[in-house]
Design a protein around this ligand. Structure first.
Ligand code: HEM
Length: 124
């Protein structure tokens, strides 16, 4: 698969992830409970799809660009991915965390882009 195609999927994954985490944060802000919204399965499916898309396309680009799995930037990205996956559980258990999750989301995406920048420039 072409590098450009992986990249588009990577961005689509990020969009799906931000959409779902934004929706879950807003719901948590409003004091909503898990069972309060009929859209929860859709939101969770969007979150899961986003995670899978990002991971598959991320590893696709790693292989295409022949990047090093030993680079700290790679592990930073894996950690970021794990954090974004875990935020669903955090919002469900501690809805008050939404006030921190909300502003953190764009920062985390910026961090992912920064890690990518250094990842593609670090020596193989
Ligand atoms: C294990 C998970 C991940 C892997 C293996 C991975 C891998 C990559 C790679 C190799 C690139 C470079 C593409 C290029 O320059 O052509 C990239 C780009 C990017 N990644 Fe990831 N990524 C992962 C997770 C994430 C996460 C969690 C975020 C943010 C939420 C993220 C955000 C970005 C962004 C914004 C770019 C674009 C950078 C640019 O165009 O210069 N990635 N990713």
């Amino acid at each position: 698969m072409m590098h450009a195609a992986y990249k588009i999927l990577h961005f689509a994954g990020i969009a799906a992830l931000m959409l779902s985490l934004g929706a879950l944060s807003l719901h948590a802000f409003g004091g909503g409970k898990r069972e309060d919204t009929p859209a929860r399965p859709l939101v969770l499916a969007t979150h899961g799809l986003g995670l899978v898309l990002m991971l598959v396309s991320g590893f696709g680009m790693m292989a295409r660009l022949q990047l090093s799995y030993g680079a700290p930037w790679f592990w930073g990205k894996v950690l970021l991915w794990l954090v974004l996956g875990g935020l669903v559980a955090l919002l469900a258990r501690a809805p008050k965390a939404a006030r921190f999750v909300w502003p953190a989301l764009p920062v985390l995406v910026g961090l992912g882009g920064t890690f990518a920048y250094f990842l593609v420039r670090s020596p193989r």
